[in-house]
Design a protein around this ligand. Sequence first.
Ligand SMILES: Cc1cc2nc3c(=O)[nH]c(=O)nc-3n(C[C@H](O)[C@H](O)[C@H](O)COP(=O)(O)OP(=O)(O)OC[C@H]3O[C@@H](n4cnc5c(N)ncnc54)[C@H](O)[C@@H]3O)c2cc1C
Length: 499
Amino acid sequence: MKALREKTRSLWMNVRVDPTAPRYEGKQTCDTIVIGSGIAGLSVAYELATRGQKVIVLDRGAIAGGMTSRTTAHLAPICDDGLSTLINLRGEEIATLFQQSQEAAVARIEQIVAQNGIDCNFRRLDAFLFPAMGISAKSARDQRRKEFEAARKAGAEVEMVTGVPLNGFEKAPALRYSNQATFHPLRYLRGVARAIRDNGGLIFADSAVVSVDEMSKGGVRVTTQNGGVIEASTAVVASNSPINDRFELHTKMSPYRTYAMAFTLPRGDLPDALFWDTGDPYHYVRMNPGPGSIDYLIAGGADHKSGEADDGDIRFEAIEAWIRSLVPTLGKEVTRWSGQVLDKIDYCAFIGRNPGSKSVYVVTGDSGQGITHGALSGLLLKDLVLGQPSPWAAVYDPERMPLSGLVNYVRENLSTVKNLAGYVLPGNLTFVDDLAPGHGGILRKGAHKIAACRDMTGRLHLHSAVCTHAGCEIAWNSTEQCWDCSCHGGPISTPMGLF
Ligand SMILES: Cc1cc2nc3c(=O)[nH]c(=O)nc-3n(C[C@H](O)[C@H](O)[C@H](O)COP(=O)(O)OP(=O)(O)OC[C@H]3O[C@@H](n4cnc5c(N)ncnc54)[C@H](O)[C@@H]3O)c2cc1C
């Protein structure tokens, strides 16, 4: 079945990371096989290949064509969900290690850029946290004090300031985090992919992995959709939403869809800095140089649980209204896009040995900090794969089930239960003939539910409505022309690839 094309494009997608990467065929052996070529997979491959390992990377699609191509690329070590929340959930010691590890990840990107001469506009800058619109002055001051104290405890560079250069917030209580960073993610990964190959690594595109099996003699056997086989001492599953785990990891995190837009702005109207507010979900602003005297301003937010809303246009309108009120000289829209992040019950990613496995490692649970988590997975998994201790292993241990995260665990899984209960309900579509191009819906046929969608050319596509990961019912996403799943995310992957 032909994959449906995603509709939106991010600001970075005119750069292709490795357009000539071939499809994998045949049988090979290597030290480490990496599944997934986003920031996580390529960072792990880079760290191992530059230390003499024979590494093979497989991706089901284009190289770095997953969520990494849809990022907004802030490199902010500050916990996305607030350091005060992290300290409440996991204590000061873990929060400090978290902060140190995220800072180390950004420093590692900076070092890789310098060592390999990668032209990706990496730059250090300030980040500002300012109050969400409409909250009282007292709440704003209290929130600032709480986050300031938490950041100090965790060892972050932070300062209380008055005002940010956004309309209406010139006198607001704000925090300034110095030494944050940003870059062009795909230009960076183009350089990383080149370095992996220069160190003997092999990178394959359009090669979906369908099984990852530990062998009785030790090591791992990985099979691709077209029958290719790789045997390796170790496998690293860096497929964003893990393809080898059905329940253990998926029940400890939840997929959220998040939206971003880029606009033109006369250069100099807003300083090159990162801004985000204290809302939940939060809004953010980032800058990127455009042509001539134009900058691109990226604004984003409006997150919702994947598969639980199909109103992308309304969310884009809300983001645009928000940013136009803050930046009156904002120019025209350049592009808009959405993507998914996986939020964890205790706000730290899962990076380490896969629960129950000997030779399989995993990196997932990226949240809005997936770029730093990805670079960090290179540092952490390199140590674990090479049999060395890592100072951050406990922070990100995939086996953990922190008691303090149980409230989030129950809340997030309630919608999974609701989703599974959907099997007994009727579908939202009676006849497929009702489907206009670009639309999809669920049809009941006896005991079964069918996911039906019609692509932009008018061709009808029919599938089981059951996601192959946790068995949840999928939901149509008309913004991206794909199916999402509230249990594991999307676009839906099946053993046969994307649909
Ligand atoms: C709109 C948006 C804004 C964001 N902004 C930020 C930000 O400012 N800062 C930040 O740190 N993070 C941000 N994030 C999060 C961050 O972009 C992601 O978390 C990160 O890029 C994920 O990287 P990854 O390598 O884990 O996954 P991906 O980039 O998705 O890579 C996984 C790869 O695995 C491949 N794959 C999947 N299944 C298989 C299979 N069966 N066989 C082979 N390959 C497979 C996929 O094709 C894909 O290429 C944002 C995300 C979004 C959507």
